[in-house]
Design a protein around this ligand. Sequence first.
Ligand SMILES: NC(=O)c1ccc[n+]([C@@H]2O[C@H](COP(=O)([O-])OP(=O)(O)OC[C@H]3O[C@@H](n4cnc5c(N)ncnc54)[C@H](O)[C@@H]3O)[C@@H](O)[C@H]2O)c1
Length: 255
Amino acid sequence: MRGLKGKIAAVTGAGSGIGQAAAERLGEEGCKVAVLDINEAGARTTVDHITAAGGEAIAIRTDVSDEASVEAAFAEIVRRFGRLDILVSNAGIFSGERDDKVDDLRKEIWDEIVGVNLTGMYLSCKHGVRTIKATAGKGSVVLTGSPTGMSGCTPANVAYGSSKGGVHGLSRIMAVDHAPEGIRVNVVVPGFTLTPIVRELVADPKVYEWQIQNIPLKRGAEPEEIAGAVAFLASDDASYMTGSFMFVDGGLTAI
Ligand SMILES: NC(=O)c1ccc[n+]([C@@H]2O[C@H](COP(=O)([O-])OP(=O)(O)OC[C@H]3O[C@@H](n4cnc5c(N)ncnc54)[C@H](O)[C@@H]3O)[C@@H](O)[C@H]2O)c1
């Protein structure tokens, strides 16, 4: 893809799943990658994969829900790599067991899920965009959204769906605000992707079958199938795209 070689990219939640695949793909495309995750061991594994493939990467333990941690992570990226061009704001949590219908949802569960999935995206974008503006000057931001932010396709997960709806709103306003500065902002919308976050769903064959039945391609995605779209949105091949939503969902939202 055009325009990725030599760029500096930060990926949150890159110690596992979609973030890990996106970090590895950006590494393959020639980016130097900062791997941010609350799970330090996972982040180090991703760095090992990137360096084993001939790329360059650093791991930075980051809790996206904690502003001091996020600010320190971006300062560390500038210290190590001198610049930031690309932010992939991806870290997120899901809990089908603890999330609920609105009348039964405990406030601490709402706070936890919204705190990572929406406040964490706001904090990552706040300090990521500041860093891009202060160093590279212009760049690209890709946020990980969800079909649950657009429809009621995952019932009884009010906190998760609300947090993702918030991410979609955040991205639209960011796209408009930062277009004049040469910073593009887009959303990748993964469908049912076979990562640890859906472990609970995959463990229950009935729920898994229900998920697959509603997907025209009749299967879940591999994380690498989402990573290609992330790299495309980050690249100069997407130079006329901002405020866009790219669905990579096997047709889920087409029906
Ligand atoms: N898997 C799916 O079906 C699916 C579908 C749509 C959207 N998504 C979204 O994709 C993104 C990635 O999910 P995934 O499926 O790869 O899950 P995953 O659990 O494999 O990866 C999520 C990563 O985020 C990290 N993380 C969690 N809390 C964090 C925090 N406070 N600070 C920093 N890192 C933190 C985890 O340690 C983990 O490495 C999430 O935003 C998720 O909501 C996933």
